[in-house]
Design a protein around this ligand. Structure first.
Ligand code: RTP
Ligand code: MG
Length: 158
């Protein structure tokens, strides 16, 4: 009953195909749990190109888009809903900069520094805002009542 007062937040995390094929899933889950997140929901899926196209719609006009779709459909991914106070910003901090090559220099303790390779193959995803988190969680888990309740209880306009 008191949990709703603690303003728990949800975010969407994905272990991308290179994270799975490189056997980084267990280390990533250990970091998640040691950092105080709860794994609320999880699913392993091999995404279809149409699913990736819809998920990354904001990037559909970028030159790297065809390559991104090929990468994200190259093998299974692990999709997780993470729960914690300040989950969205804290998960983005944990994963580090988009470019894993730069992350290895500037954020050597980040997840992308640990298991990513470059600007594209960066092994993990994280929602970048409250709006993105709500869209992305309902995109993959449209039927989850508890997710719906939590998004409602933590909803805000920014
Ligand atoms: P994500 O959405 O996957 O969490 O990553 P992000 O916010 O850090 O980066 P974003 O700009 O949203 O880009 C989405 C994903 O597209 C690939 N990418 N490739 N070759 C390129 O220039 C390029 N730029 C981005 C990466 O896999 C990136 O995570
Ligand atoms: Mg992004």
């Amino acid at each position: 009953a008191f949990r709703s007062l603690a303003a728990a937040e949800l975010t969407l995390a994905i272990v991308k195909p290179d994270g799975i094929s490189g056997n980084h899933t267990n280390s990533i889950k250990n970091i998640i749990l040691q950092s105080g997140f709860t794994i609320h929901t999880q699913a392993t899926l091999h995404l279809h190109q149409h699913t990736v196209t819809a998920f990354y719609a904001e990037h559909s006009t970028k030159t790297f888009f065809p390559s991104l779709v090929k990468y994200m459909t190259s093998g299974p991914v692990l999709i997780m809903v993470l729960e914690k106070v300040n989950a969205i910003a804290d998960w983005r901090t944990l994963i580090g900069p988009t470019d894993a090559r730069k992350a290895k220099i500037t954020h050597p303790d980040s997840i992308r520094a640990m298991c990513g390779e470059d600007l594209e193959r960066n092994c993990v995803h994280g929602s970048d805002s409250h709006e993105s988190a709500a869209r992305e969680i309902s995109f993959f888990f449209p039927d989850s009542l508890s997710v719906f309740m939590l998004l409602l209880s933590t909803g805000r306009s920014n």
